[in-house]
Write a new protein. Structure first.
Length: 165
């Protein structure tokens, strides 16, 4: 492409900003804008006129780089998020106001290991995905799944015993 990069920047600045808006980027605007500029520079230097229009190529390149950066940022925030002091594993659903329900849940969870209780709290009560629990606890997804299998097995046994009472 024959145009100077400065001219390309002035022409395609709105494209970077509109892609950022479409991706709902609400923090670190300068950082994401810089990533968009770098992607625009890459598109400008790699563009082949015989294959496509520059605007299409620039859009795909910029959006791809912004998505990669967004993914990296989200991964960082997920891994470095501080736990709140009131986070606990007491198997209490904050939405349930009935003490009987909490009692019943604790009865069903009797005999579960700490990891199995963690699985019940995170997977069943908080409705988190297995992969998210694994990342949070820094274990494999297979480990989390095995906690779940064992927890369900023990809970079924506890439920049957509870119904016989």
């Amino acid at each position: 492409m024959e145009d100077s990069f400065e001219k390309v920047v002035t022409e395609y600045k709105h494209l970077i900003l509109s892609i950022m808006k479409s991706l709902h980027i609400y923090r670190d605007h300068e950082s994401f804008y810089q990533v968009g500029l770098i992607a625009l520079w890459e598109a400008h230097s790699r563009f082949d006129q015989s294959k496509a229009k520059f605007s299409t190529f620039a859009y795909v390149t910029i959006r791809g780089r912004l998505l990669e950066h967004l993914s990296r940022e989200n991964r960082y925030y997920d891994n470095h998020q501080r736990l709140q002091p009131d986070d606990s594993l007491n198997l209490a659903d904050p939405n349930v106001s009935l003490p009987f329900e909490k009692e019943r849940l604790n009865l069903f969870c009797e005999g579960l290991t700490a990891n199995q209780r963690l699985w019940v709290q995170k997977r069943i009560i908080e409705d988190k995905r297995v992969i998210d629990i694994a990342k949070e606890q820094k274990v494999s997804t297979d480990a989390v799944k095995s906690w779940g299998y064992a927890a369900v097995k023990k809970m079924k046994r506890n439920i049957v015993q509870f119904e016989l009472m």
